[in-house]
Ligand binder design. Structure first.
Ligand code: WQD
Length: 323
């Protein structure tokens, strides 16, 4: 199939592009390189340097008979979204409307959208399933939820079929070592730990050890980015073959604590990785885990690479060269 990947030079987008190429699809990447990197591009994929806020350029890039658009072009810093909501409104919401309209204009029938566990907000029960109430705690999460709603209307009114993939904590790097771009100024736990291991930062701050979890530190559901990439391909199979939209959680269904990750990283990297306990980060729940039963049943997807050691090893393979 012909696939347009918007945000395909980013951390997750490049893994998604790699997966579609590996499956023999033809790929065009559209990215403004605001956080994406040329290093993440592949020679087999066509690249267009453009911005989703430029409707003319976007609609030109969306023409030419694409079967699907994968939309990963969003700002994703939760903290920043609470301080600069306008920035998130413009890029995430207006940008998505442009993508949807360009897809309609270009006759693209399938949209695979990067949604987020952030749509749920504070958990009322665990593990989170797709029917859990959605009450985002951040403006970022709100933009993702609103986009899911736009997708629902475009499905109903215009026959667009979508997959909204609610990622839990994406981590790790391509298991075959083909993607090497580092995110600049990361705030997520595993890249922060990798930066500490490679000497790019002094230490890891552990945000609270007084949660109601086995070791007191935050527990999350980490899912390998290669597993996420595979899910995009399976989701497109689903929407295109069944002519049906789908919203699914994508997680490993395993809760891992901050300290478990720090300890595994020390063991795997052989580096001391200094860690200091500091106060809780505002808005952080103690524990978040997913059930991916729906993805398993409807997409035939299970996480293959999301065990703790593979998450850390594949990350370290990239970060160790930074020393
Ligand atoms: C993981 C755990 C922290 C950094 C975020 C978004 C979510 C989704 C995924 C996009 C928590 C602790 C972290 C550090 C720490 N994004 N931590 N020290 O907050 O679970 O999820 O990314 O869709 O919407 O909120 O991920 O990696 O920031 O934190 O102790 O320096 O690590 O408190 O328990 P989070 P994270």
């Amino acid at each position: 199939m012909n696939i347009l990947i918007i945000g395909g030079a980013g951390y997750i987008g490049s893994h998604v592009a790699r997966e579609f190429l590996d499956r023999g699809h033809s790929v065009r990447v559209f990215d403004n390189l605001s956080s994406g990197l040329r290093l993440n591009l592949f020679p087999e994929a066509e690249f267009i340097h453009g911005d989703i806020l430029d409707y003319t350029g976007l609609s030109r890039a969306s023409a030419g008979g694409f079967d699907a658009v994968v939309h990963l072009a969003a700002f994703k810093a939760v903290g920043e979204s609470m301080i600069k909501p306008e920035k998130y409104s413009v890029n995430n919401i207006n940008g998505t409307i442009n993508i949807l309209n360009a897809a309609v204009e270009g006759g693209i029938k399938n949209i695979i959208f990067s949604s987020s566990a952030a749509v749920f907000g504070r958990p009322e029960y665990l593990p989170l399933d797709e029917t859990h109430p959605t009450n985002p705690e951040s403006y970022y999460g709100f933009t993702k939820l609103e986009i899911e709603r736009f997708l629902g209307w475009y499905d109903k009114l215009l026959g667009i079929r979508f997959a909204a993939l609610r990622y839990f904590n994406a981590a790790g790097y391509d298991v075959k070592g083909r993607i090497k771009g580092l995110e600049s100024n990361p705030t997520n736990l595993i890249p922060v730990i990798m930066e500490a291991a490679s000497g790019m930062r002094k230490e890891v701050e552990v945000f609270g050890n007084d949660y109601d979890t086995p070791d007191g530190t935050g527990v999350r559901d980490y899912v390998h980015v290669s597993d996420l990439a595979i899910a995009h391909a399976m989701a497109l199979d689903y929407t295109s073959k069944n002519d049906k939209s789908i919203t699914v959680n994508l997680g490993s269904e395993t809760g891992i604590s901050v300290l478990e990750i720090v300890e595994a990283a020390r063991r795997i990297t052989g580096k001391p990785i200094p860690a200091t306990i500091v106060g809780r980060r505002a808005g952080d729940p103690g524990k978040l885990t997913a059930t991916s039963k729906k993805a398993r049943e409807l997409l035939n997807w299970t996480a293959k690479y999301s065990d703790l050691d593979t998450l850390i090893k594949t990350s370290w393979d990239v970060y160790k060269n930074q020393q």
